[in-house]
Design a protein around this ligand. Structure first.
Ligand SMILES: NC(=O)c1ccc[n+]([C@@H]2O[C@H](COP(=O)([O-])OP(=O)(O)OC[C@H]3O[C@@H](n4cnc5c(N)ncnc54)[C@H](O)[C@@H]3O)[C@@H](O)[C@H]2O)c1
Ligand SMILES: [Zn+2]
Length: 356
């Protein structure tokens, strides 16, 4: 078990979440526990509830398409039917969607009831459950409705990773690589060492905990995303635009991976980042079987999608770019021309002149 306390609530990375959660709930003196879960992890949630003096389990079909106000309303009504009070601990079990929807529901039900996330996907463990952002999608865009509210605890249930489809594991690895670039030292190097080995052999407790520490360190300095937290958007300005321009046929993790290549290239073009480090990032992503080539050829369409990005400030897109591994800069204004050139470059395979 590894415990991280940098954010003022315990983040527990463990192979025995039920025991850790039972101990936490007892120690904090909650009168009751209600378990909300993604239907795909219901069996595990029921096993967990059995350890918590028969806590009620409410399961919901989730997935990105159901990360909506409709689902939120259902969850809120279920909390009311279950007679949830301020002394009840809500456990939200599942991936990033579960963290976002259940966290949002707990933050708003009765103006806020205590919430602990039980993360079962890699994205949830290293990203969604950490930092207190919750929310749902609106038809006008992703994550447009939500609140900042810290959980009372986060539990990362490591055995769940063994049941997660490899596709989702790799989505999470893209975020871990992003954290590795921000950290630039031990985490990045350990990923380079591990990358050629099969995922089931990885020391997940260390990888997850080290990745969380990077996010926690950044979030601790900027809880409400006023500035410094922007570095976590590394690769995302390009990534989101590629996702959006593909009408979401390209997944978030794949968009991010291509976005990290694009950010590296734009950094090179604007006098940042060494070519050797850019190539190191590309080799790592390749070994992790993450894509680096955008199948979209319409660079202009992607630039337009970028201009839609809600992260733009004063009508201009601001970039997050690496100066070096371990040194990421944010709020950078770049003219459209090099951006479009980079987008054309990432629609081509990597060749000898990459990043020259
Ligand atoms: N709030 C934040 O700060 C933040 C940060 C990053 C991502 N997110 C959000 O997280 C979501 C993506 O998270 P995700 O990739 O975990 O998606 P997800 O929650 O949809 O999970 C992916 C799939 O795996 C299933 N699943 C989850 N855990 C499983 C397990 N242990 N075994 C078998 N199946 C399992 C889910 O049912 C789903 O089908 C996005 O909606 C994104 O916006 C939020
Ligand atoms: Zn992301």
């Amino acid at each position: 078990m590894t415990r991280i306390d940098d954010l003022g609530y315990p983040i527990v990375v463990t192979s025995n979440a039920p025991a850790e959660i039972a101990a936490f709930s007892k120690e904090q003196g909650y009168r009751r526990v209600v378990v909300l879960c993604d239907r795909n992890v219901e069996a595990g949630a029921r096993a967990l509830a059995a350890r918590l003096r028969g806590a009620a389990v409410l399961a919901f079909p989730l997935g990105e398409r159901r990360k909506t106000m409709t689902t939120l309303t259902r969850v809120l009504n279920a909390l009311a039917s279950a007679g949830v009070e301020r002394t009840t601990l809500i456990l939200g079990v599942g991936g990033g969607v579960a963290c976002d929807v259940f966290g949002f529901a707990a933050a708003t039900y009765a103006r806020g009831v205590p919430f602990a996330a039980v993360a079962t996907s890699l994205v949830a463990m290293v990203d969604a459950a950490i930092g207190g952002k919750t929310g749902v999608n609106l038809s006008s865009g992703k994550n447009l409705a939500g609140v900042f509210r810290d959980p009372v605890a986060v539990f990362c249930d490591l055995p769940s990773l063994g049941r997660l489809h490899e596709r989702w594991l790799r989505e999470g690895l893209a975020e871990v690589v992003k954290h590795g670039i921000i950290e630039g030292g031990e985490l990045f190097e350990s990923l380079e060492t591990l990358a050629p080995h099969p995922l089931r052999k990885w020391p997940w407790e260390t990888v997850v905990a080290d990745s969380i520490r990077v996010k926690a360190m950044v979030v601790a300095d900027d809880r409400l995303e006023r500035g410094a937290r922007e570095v976590l958007n590394l690769g995302h300005t390009f990534g989101h635009a590629i996702e959006r321009a593909s009408r979401y046929r390209i997944s978030h993790g794949h968009g991010l991976s291509i976005g990290l290549r694009a950010a590296g290239l734009l950094a090179r073009r604007t006098g940042r980042f060494s070519r050797a480090e850019h190539l190191r990032v590309l080799s790592l992503l390749t070994l992790l079987r993450l894509p680096l080539v955008s199948p979209l050829s319409d660079a202009r369409g992607i630039v337009r999608a970028m201009e839609h990005d809600k992260k733009r400030r004063n009508g201009r897109v601001r970039f997050v770019l690496p100066r070096a591994l371990g040194d990421v800069e944010y709020g950078i204004d770049v003219p459209t021309r090099p951006v479009a050139a980079v987008l054309r470059a990432v629609s081509e395979p990597i060749h000898e002149r990459e990043g020259r």
